[in-house]
Write a protein that binds this ligand. Sequence first.
Ligand code: HMG
Ligand code: MG
Length: 306
Amino acid sequence: MLDSLPPRVSIYEVSPRDGLQNEATPVDLASKKLLIESLIGAGLKRIEVSSFVSPRWVPQLADAESVLTDEIPPEGVRFSALCPNSKGLERAMSVGLKEIAIFLSSSETHNHKNLNRSTERSLDVYEELVALALEANIRVRAYVSTVWGCPYEGTVPVNRALSIAQRLLEFGCYEISLGDTIGVGTPRQTRDICQLFASEIGVDRLALHLHDTRGTALANALVGLECGFQTFDASVAGIGGCPYAPGAAGNLATEDLTYMLDGLGIETGIHLPALVEAGRVAARILHRPLPGKVHQAGLPRRRRPS
Ligand code: HMG
Ligand code: MG
């Protein structure tokens, strides 16, 4: 155990998107921009800043264009946003976004609830969408959701997620993020999933997207590291959840993940005290206690900046 972990890990921050998409109280534009700036200040290099989805379906992120207007990522920082169809791509292109993320579920029912179409239809839409995006020099990441379990169907055969992921890679997506959308995963299941995907696809093109509904996200991330995964999605202070996945709590908290990685001597490029500050920004914006453990406890004394 802990013998052959990767020397560095890339963290893909989802708080401005996954974190805010399920908030009951609207968050104003200035607060969203402040959160993004705090995340950049903490050293995050990949940030999912919003969603170009239907504003009727996710009104919380209806201001995606405004979030990106005048928001030029500093050198080395990449912004991305969810995009379900060509209308979303047009919107992303109108503000010069250079990366989008497409998404679908390995379970049919969640896919219908989330995207109002079948998984097969989603793949057809995405085949065309990825081609259009690549033609316009836009990189495409993809999520496969409900890999560990579906809120409507329960356990989902993992081979289904695998064949979906393989098709998305054939379309030209550069990375597949495997989602434990409702946070049901446990370490042995995670090991089986990670080993299968690692051997069939290769860890260079994979990421883990873990929700912490049942307190197992960090344990599952450690299992992912042991299987060689080097990219992890996380959300500052542990905010997040899919509005169309009942019971989905927040994501793995970026501070908790970074704290663990720092302790393991794994490089992330993130300045943990500044990240804790970004979590405080999130708490001020959302006016409620947030679930992340490091966010709640703070850093131990030896880690505080002098
Ligand atoms: P639909 O209602 O079937 O759409 O929704 P439609 O194509 O029939 O269009 C209906 C109307 O919506 C039309 O307007 C379209 O123009 C408009 P009208 O003519 O009636 O005025 N419309 C749009 N407007 C703006 N931007 C767009 C867009 N598309 C259509 N992109 C649709 C289908 C896919 C659009 C809808 O179901 C949708 O937006 N779903 C997104 C739901 C979502 O964002 N869920 C949360 C993210 S997924 C998640 O959290 C999981 C993840 O974190 C990973 C994990 O945890 O596993 C990623
Ligand atoms: Mg999610």
